[in-house]
Design a protein around this ligand. Sequence first.
Ligand SMILES: NC(=O)c1ccc[n+]([C@@H]2O[C@H](COP(=O)([O-])OP(=O)(O)OC[C@H]3O[C@@H](n4cnc5c(N)ncnc54)[C@H](O)[C@@H]3O)[C@@H](O)[C@H]2O)c1
Length: 265
Amino acid sequence: MPDPNRFAGRVAIVTGAARGIGAATAARLVADGARVLLADQSPEVMAMAASLGAPSLTHGLTIDLAGRGAGEVLVQAALAAYGRLDILVNNAGIGGSKPLVDSDDDLIDRFIDINLKAVLRVTRAAIPHLTRPGGRIISLSSTFGLTGYPGTTAYAVAKAGVAQMTRELAGALAPEGILVNAVAPGVIETAMTEGYLGRAYYRRAVLDPTPLRRAGKPEEVAAAIAFLASDDASYIAGQVLAVDGGWLAARHPPPEAGETMGTPR
Ligand SMILES: NC(=O)c1ccc[n+]([C@@H]2O[C@H](COP(=O)([O-])OP(=O)(O)OC[C@H]3O[C@@H](n4cnc5c(N)ncnc54)[C@H](O)[C@@H]3O)[C@@H](O)[C@H]2O)c1
């Protein structure tokens, strides 16, 4: 449950915060007492920021994070608004990847530019300014970046890169008091997945085998991100936490009538 003292005095940046997991994360961090800069390429981020709190608590920034220099602009905006930076949440991303043979140069560039290069560049810009000790970097990987799932090559490669950035930077920054972790959502109900959830194969391959037998909600990912940003996660570094209803660990389809799992009782 939200605790208004959890992040009292702390400042967070959440990218891709106009909707979906980013908006839910910004809302949770504000409810937990943080001041938050919400950034997104969609101008709707301004209304989202205003809806979550007064300007003293939330600030909106419309920015395409795939552009060169965008990381520096983003970090300077947070420092100008609130004078410090404690938590970076690298959430902005795009979905809708394709099998590699169907991926033209533009598609590959788009996925790597937004889902991987922008994360590297924003993180690079934030590192010198994050509070030491106490800073946090939390990035959005994906279960599709941790295991093979056909048809999503450029997306999966970018998300695997985010997971590896997390491990690599955790080693470099933990000695300075900055903890670097990631979350890997499974199927979460957002605009990114609504097109997929209608597809029979996707439901059969991804949703039905999820042990919790349902899709997740953005607030459930936000809660995991807030945990990793909090003092409760003080001895956790370099982890990629699956928030996926158990899919990655133990996916299996529901048995049909008359079938049993394992040895019949
Ligand atoms: N929804 C899922 O099931 C799921 C699963 C695994 C991982 N993820 C990851 O979680 C993150 C959030 O996903 P979501 O489902 O909330 O997606 P979403 O499409 O609802 O929201 C993504 C937001 O990122 C913004 N964005 C995209 N490109 C940007 C850019 N270049 N600059 C600035 N903002 C940009 C979009 O405008 C949008 O507001 C993504 O990184 C996604 O890959 C989502």
